[in-house]
Design a protein around this ligand. Sequence first.
Ligand code: PEP
Ligand code: CO
Length: 470
Amino acid sequence: MSPLGDWSPSSWLRRPALQQPHYPDAAALERAVGELERLPPLVTSWEIEALKTQLAEAAAGRAFLLQGGDCAESLEDCTSPAITAKLKILLQMSLVLVYGSRRRVLRVGRFAGQYAKPRSEEFEEVGDARLPTYRGDSINRSGATALDRSADPELLLRAYERAALTLNFVRALVGGGFADLHHPEYWDLGWVQHSPLGEEYRRMVSSIGESLRFMETLAGRAVAAMNRVDFYTSHEGLHLLYEQAQTRQVPHRSGWYDLTTHFPWIGLRTNDPEGAHIEFFRGVANPIAVKVGPGTTPERVARLLDLLHPDDEPGRLTLVHRFGARGIADGLPPLVEAVRRSGKTVLWCCDPMHGNTRFTSAGRKTRRFDDIVDEVDQAFDLHAGLGSRLGGVHVELTGENVTECVGGARGLAAEELDRDYRSRVDPRLNYEQALELAMRIARRMGGSAAQADADRNPSPESHERDAPTR
Ligand code: PEP
Ligand code: CO
């Protein structure tokens, strides 16, 4: 028997599948899924394996994962400005992180497929009506009528197409030199001139530019590897018929690949080891992330390691913890201990967004920038204290000037959120808050890199060095 036992791309159908939409028209669903099965894949197994190798580097402490993007992508927002703004902020953040951490940074977007959302409630009150909740643009519509909220299988095809358009544009930009480190001005967002953080950002850019020129002078040629960087895609693997339809065997490799995205993750609400999502993803060869947080017991983590990570394959499993600034100190250590007991290696990543959601007195869903920074800071400390390592962050952000999270360098107040609150689901960091978060992480990692150097080479001055910033 194969190591996967009785797994097949449809074996999940024998398990309880949470968060799946109910489609009123079964024949229409079958048609849409059949079409998805025929259409070409969005990504390739080569790219997926390349990312897995890089995630293994991050798990070993030699690279850092930056995963970010919208909470929920919208079909409408598949536009040139929205896509370039997201690429720009991820590039800027990664530049800052490379500078601070002196490590390679892997850029993984929450894009080209982040269209299906898990919801805590089946129904919601809208005015006088009780309507099914909005579940993301690949499932239903956010309008306030029963028809809008009815699950429509055609939307799966629209989402697949928008994901393909997004990827096509990202690949063309990156392949064409947009992400060239010699030209960071290509990814300047106009605000850099008038942001409180602009000066610090410009200093980093010019210092990287100088180092690059120095290396090129020494080598006598351009450093070609700096002309382009990789971008990978990820989304929550929530809608199992969608994922199954693009899960295939490929020539010259063993195993099955989910070709909707490079790096699917399993959300907190669907991480039950006996449930359909874990059954499905245990059989695919992609690198997989699983969200863990309040309610995830050490026993569950041990079981997830058995099912999803049986061979301890480097780069295969990322655990994304999201406890909130108030919960991480108690919640994380038992899970790190469970992984340690297994003797296996995972990549630990902190999502400082989903445990820090709160409501303003006016009823707006928001997050405080300080809580976000605090959770990441605690994550670094806790992992260091437990002998493990924080290898990445997972953030909800946008490259635009939205007003969804409070705080940050401009001290955005709760009363200002109405000015440009666009998210239909969770509040995202705007570009300035996102860059500030990257700077805080970079300073923090730079501090610990300096500290590590000092620990290896004690010198009289090292006692006078600043403690790592918290
Ligand atoms: C998300 O990442 O958008 C999400 C719903 O997260 P979680 O599963 O951690 O709640
Ligand atoms: Co979210």
